[in-house]
Design a protein around this ligand. Structure first.
Ligand SMILES: Cc1cc2nc3c(=O)[nH]c(=O)nc-3n(C[C@H](O)[C@H](O)[C@H](O)COP(=O)(O)O)c2cc1C
Length: 173
């Protein structure tokens, strides 16, 4: 598939079939994630793979009861290591690069998943402290996104995008 075809074809998927996802597929997603660009090549990302139903259920609850999370056979929780980024770039590293880098890795996961025929959704609405507790995430590491991954059980229509005309400025803002 062409890159643009993948970018435009991907949809957020919020319904999954129970068909399992192999570790090989998960590895492809993680490999794509680690090839994302990062400030100073610091690579501040960490990934937690969750398959246990009881943990997925707790994550769904922490994500403001988004129960489609527990339907997915695999969930990847992507975290950002603030300490790693701040060592290189101080406060800008901690508050900006760390999240930008991790977001790039997250997007790679979504795009490669789609190219493999898998569905994903970027879940950012969750109670951070609760997720930290469920997954025993140490201080200084921020959970950034919960990504349920599975074979899609829906085929949603594309959501509308703001036009180029609306978002682009030339020379100055
Ligand atoms: C930072 C971020 C947080 C998001 N959080 C949620 C979420 O908590 N639950 C959800 O169902 N979708 C969430 N989404 C998905 C968006 O709703 C979705 O990307 C958007 O509506 C566009 O639809 P599309 O992904 O199908 O193109 C999130 C997306 C981003 C980038």
């Amino acid at each position: 598939m062409e890159v643009l075809e993948v970018i435009k074809g991907r949809r957020s998927i919020r319904a999954f079939r129970s068909k399992p996802i192999s570790f090989e597929s998960v590895k492809k997603l993680l490999d794509a994630a680690r090839w994302a660009p990062s400030a100073g090549n610091i690579q501040p990302w960490e990934f937690i793979i969750v398959r246990k139903p009881e943990i997925k259920k707790k994550l769904a609850e922490a994500a403001l009861h988004q129960y489609f999370i527990e339907e997915a056979p695999v969930v990847i929780v992507v975290c950002a290591d603030e300490g790693r980024s701040s060592q290189g770039y101080g406060i800008r590293g901690k508050t900006l690069y760390c999240l930008q880098d991790t977001a790039a890795a997250i997007q790679n996961i979504h795009l490669v998943a789609y190219s493999l025929g898998l569905g994903t959704c970027w879940v950012g609405a969750f109670r951070e402290e609760e997720v930290r507790k469920i997954l025993q995430i140490p201080g200084g590491i921020r959970p950034v996104a919960i990504i349920p991954i599975g074979h899609p059980a829906e085929n949603p229509k594309p959501r509308q995008r703001r036009s180029i005309h609306e978002i682009v400025h030339y020379e100055t803002f």
